[in-house]
Design a protein around this ligand. Structure first.
Ligand code: ADP
Ligand code: MG
Length: 488
């Protein structure tokens, strides 16, 4: 028995790893979300560090100021109880103050100096005695400092601060109602900055560590996702390949059987014809016998139609690409199928532009459109409407068939493209299989959706320049062949 080659898409099945886009999309969103969280958290920590710096500065300044207030009160008490009336003399006597400084200033790294200055700006007393007796320059401080009080200024005065950077807290020394000088306490800016940067470094270290751990987790998740996807995709390909092989075998088998049955079938048909002729020749015209013969020929033609469809399914690719006005083609197909529709009282509407020049395989387009129209007709029953539209959208032909029929339930929708799947008593289950194969071979796609308010819409998108698809073989069927194929 001669066996026709298997369907073309069996061997060249290109199985796209459909999982990849989904996995990459999910992974990218996951990484982006984590990055966003990290950026927000990092920004929060930065703001927090700034706030912490301000808070710390305020607390330290407050501590020094309280200390200074206590000392000033003590100086004012000494002034009140001393027989001396001027500050200089009183201070000279105040040995307690020097002792106090010698104990506290070196012990407290936040404090750079302490000093008493008279109303003329002369340094009367200083925790560094070599600074005493100097007159402060009029511009001894550079600026006031925000957020810590009006009594705080920034200075790098060589005598007062010894050239280092200090925040000077000054408090007035009162004698009665009169301000006779001021007490100064210098806050060590270098010490403070070092302390803050130490804290920052610790926070940065913790964050870098957390960032590295998170990056490691992301990388590990990516690697395992990649691994799992590859395995899944391999599994998917293996399953799909198995299915394609099964279909190919089925096609080959069906094609072989169809081919073998058609020969004896033809012989039987010829014999029936000969019997009829003989009966006529012998003048033996029996209505009943002739009726039986006609019925038998009709049934045989139906079988032949089915076999042709089977052969079409199993036949190797034969495409013939040509430039045609597809609008004319659709109109012709419409006119050919109209009588069949009218027989069933089905309204047929054809909408096409005046011209739609495209490069396409005419026969395959015929098969596709006729199969879809025939299915629509079979779905609607009496008094339904079938509408077919042709549009050129960008680089695509969009051919759509709307019907007001029974619609597709989910089990049918899932299996309708499978070979031999049919819900009809006399169906072949090959119509949509062929349609899908032809459309996809040309680089297009077919989709089905519910029609409103009832029925189904089949949409075929077909590249308007199919010249890119390889042209093989030149034989083509006539339009009546195509009609015969679908109308059996
Ligand atoms: P057949 O027409 O020989 O049954 P097809 O492959 O053309 O084979 O269709 C497969 C099945 O898909 C049909 O039996 C039918 O159940 C369903 N189907 C196809 N077209 C339509 C439609 N327009 N409306 C409802 N069901 C449809
Ligand atoms: Mg069909």
């Amino acid at each position: 028995m001669s066996v026709p080659p298997s369907p073309t898409n069996a061997g060249s099945a290109s199985l796209s790893p459909r999982l990849y886009p989904w996995v990459i999309g999910t992974y990218a969103s996951f990484v982006l979300a984590i990055m966003a969280v990290l950026v927000i958290a990092g920004w929060g920590v930065y703001v927090d560090l700034e706030e912490t710096r301000k808070g710390l500065l305020q607390a330290e300044i407050h501590r020094l100021r309280s200390h200074a207030v206590r000392t000033v009160l003590r100086i004012q008490n000494s002034l009140a109880t001393s027989p001396m009336t001027n500050l200089e003399e009183t201070i000279d006597e105040a040995a307690w103050l020097r002792e106090h400084w010698q104990t506290f200033v070196p012990m407290d790294p936040s404090r750079l100096y302490a000093a008493v200055i008279d109303e003329n700006g002369t340094i009367l007393m200083h925790s560094r005695p070599e600074a005493e007796g100097f007159q402060l320059a009029p511009d001894w401080y550079s600026r006031t400092v925000d957020g810590v009080g009006d009594d705080v200024v920034e200075t790098t005065d060589p005598e007062l601060a010894g050239g280092a950077q200090a925040l000077d807290i000054s408090l007035p020394i009162m004698h009665g109602q009169r301000e006779i000088g001021s007490y100064h306490s210098g806050f060590n800016v270098k010490w403070f900055d070092e302390m803050v940067s130490h804290r920052r470094a610790a926070t940065r270290q913790r964050w870098t560590f957390a960032f590295l751990i998170i990056s490691l987790i992301i990388a590990l998740a990516g690697a395992s996702l990649y691994h799992v996807t590859r395995r899944l995709s391999a599994l998917q390909n293996a399953l799909a390949l198995g299915r394609v092989r099964r279909l190919a075998d089925l096609g080959q088998l069906a094609g072989g059987i169809a081919h073998e049955i058609r020969n004896p079938l033809n012989a039987i048909r010829i014999n029936l014809h000969v019997i009829e002729q003989l009966m006529h020749a012998q003048g033996n015209r029996d209505e009943r016998t002739e009726g039986i013969i006609r019925e038998t020929v009709h049934e045989m033609e139906r079988i032949d139609g089915l076999l042709r469809t089977l052969l079409e399914y199993a036949r190797p690719d034969r495409t013939r690409i040509e430039r045609i006005n597809l609008a004319d083609e659709v109109r012709i197909i419409g006119e050919l199928i109209r009588p069949i529709m009218e027989r069933e009282s089905v309204r047929l509407l054809i909408e096409t532009p005046e011209q739609a020049f495209v490069t396409i395989d005419r026969n395959r387009f015929r098969q596709v459109s006729l199969n879809l129209l025939k299915n629509a007709l079979e779905a609607v029953g009496n008094d339904g409407t079938v509408r077919a539209t042709l549009e050129l959208v960008g680089e695509e032909i969009v051919f759509t068939v709307y019907d007001t029929g029974c619609g597709l339930d989910s089990t049918v929708a899932a299996r309708m493209y499978d070979p031999f799947f049919t819900t009809k008593e006399l169906g072949t289950g090959l119509g949509l299989t062929l349609v899908k194969r032809y459309v996809e071979d040309a680089g297009g796609e077919i989709t089905a959706a519910p029609n409103s308010p009832q029925g189904t819409v089949f949409t075929v998108r077909w590249p308007s320049n199919s010249a890119a698809v390889a042209t093989r073989g030149t034989d083509s069927e006539s339009l009546s062949d195509s009609i015969a194929l679908v109308s059996n």
